[in-house]
Write a protein that binds this ligand. Sequence first.
Ligand code: SF4
Length: 256
Amino acid sequence: MARKPILSPTRLSTYLACPVKYRWTFVDPRGRVLQRAKWYYSFGSSLHRTLEELYRRDLSGVPIKEAVAETLEENWISAGFHSPEEAEEALAEGRGILTTFVETEIQKPEGVEVLDVERRIQKDMGEYILLGVVDRINRRPDGSIEIVDYKSLRSETKPEDVRNDLAMMCYQILVRSLFEAPRYYSTIVSLRTNHTATVEVSQEEVDLFTEDLNALATEILNREFHEIEPRWKPLCADCDFLPLCKRHEDFHPPSG
Ligand code: SF4
């Protein structure tokens, strides 16, 4: 039997940003050679991997500042930076961000149980498999579950941003399939400023989102990607696939 297609928050957001970009990234192998490493992905991955390791160590008995610096250096990815100096500056910024974050975390009242970090979860949605990697899953003292996501470049997140975040809603579907709880929360931590926004998410909201998600998945899975014509949009200016789209006769970048 054929394996079901996999959809993840990254795939879904890529499609919503530009279906042609989805084609070059996930469907048509001609796009692969044009994909370049991005400093912001390297920066984000380095921070995520460091936090994963620190949480897995439980932070107990670890000299915090030294552990952060050493762990970040071990997990540092410098691909995509324009120069070694730029990478070094980003490493120093990452060190500062994570030190502040960890110091704040250990000062929080005890009682929150970290159930898992960087947890890869998949759920059979019928026509497709929904796959996601959740940064952190907490069990709060009242038994509720909190899904935590880190945004490495963001300075602030509003509660409505958390509620409308596609990835967070996917994580709600995924986490609910594994962990039962009386209530569920979503939290986004803007690592640059240590700003946190949390919202409670109801089952009704998840049900409504699931309907929209299934409709979007059906559209993606039935799309004839090679027939879509690229159209210029602001996103194109920094897109890796511009050379491929430019070959299309009706694709017209603005002049000047
Ligand atoms: S260049 Fe523009 S149309 Fe082409 S894939 Fe990139 S964003 Fe989409």
